[in-house]
Design a protein around this ligand. Structure first.
Ligand code: KIV
Length: 266
């Protein structure tokens, strides 16, 4: 059952949801009207993912989106959300610019968007950065498994199967103070084992049904994505084709002068 509490959810709510065995829902959002809808539908966390580089800006991968653009979209989403906990991605490669620059960027995101947390890609090798952000009062989600910002180094969008490395990343992120770990493209068995090992909640994408929560990219789950859609995505609507049908109907009526009719004229 959706958690319909109206006050803003917090880090402590997510820890409790884990201990109560209550699944956490997270979807991406990039603009005000979508965020308003997801918030009122009772989605627990809204992620202003750097996937906006692909699904909003039309780039081939998540590398081009800038800090300014993440802040621009993050502010709209955070302003729309009343109950949902809003998380904004640190874009490539700012968390690799050293601890000082990374905390500075995360601070700007928190201050200028009004979001509640940031997410960064990385586990063990990002432990110092996570710790410094947490020490600055910034809640952090660590993103382990497939890391789309490292797509060129990882050799493509592949399932990550190195159990020991994944466990090391997740436990190091938790040890550094991350309040949640997002696990992408990992076999269900490994993601479930990590979830059992951690005290903080895990959110899975392409990581099976054993995580504490699930996230999907909104455009994928609404059937809006034109190009390649990963096999772990389930489309819950066909919005892309509905747009095409509606626009075709409108063009036809304009060309035949049947729109606007008397009901839609002064
Ligand atoms: O940027 C994003 O949308 C993400 C999801 C794939 C979890 O990180």
């Amino acid at each position: 059952m959706a958690n319909k509490k109206k006050r803003r959810l917090s880090v402590t709510d997510f820890l409790k949801m884990k201990s109560d065995g209550m699944p956490i829902t997270m979807l991406t959002a990039y603009d005000f009207p979508t965020a308003e809808r997801l918030d009122s539908a009772g989605v627990d966390m809204l992620l202003v993912g750097d996937s906006l580089s692909m699904v909003v800006q039309g780039h081939e991968n998540t590398l081009p989106v800038t800090l300014e653009q993440m802040i621009y979209h993050g502010e709209m989403v955070a302003r729309a959300a009343k109950r949902s906990f809003v998380v904004v991605d640190i874009p490539f490669p700012i968390n690799h610019h050293g601890v000082h620059e990374a905390v500075k960027a995360a601070g700007r995101i928190m201050k200028e968007t009004g979001c509640q947390a940031v997410k960064l890609e990385g586990g063990a090798e990002q432990a110092d950065v996570i710790r410094a952000m947490v020490n600055a009062g910034i809640p952090v989600i660590a993103h382990v498994g497939l890391r789309p910002q490292a797509i060129h180094a990882m050799g493509g969008y592949k399932v990550q199967r190195d159990r020991d490395a994944l466990m090391h990343d997740a436990t190091a992120a938790q040890g550094a103070g991350a309040f949640c770990v997002l696990i992408e493209c990992v076999p269900e068995e490994i993601a479930t084992e990590i979830t059992k090992e951690l005290n903080v909640p895990t959110i899975g994408i392409g990581a099976g049904n054993g995580c504490d929560g699930q996230v999907l990219v909104i455009s994928d789950m609404l059937g809006m994505t034109g190009g390649y859609v990963p096999s772990f995505v389930k489309a819950y609507a066909d919005v892309g084709n509905q747009i095409t049908t509606a626009v075709n109907a409108w063009c036809k009526e304009v060309r035949s002068r049947s729109f606007p009719d008397k009901d839609h004229s002064f």
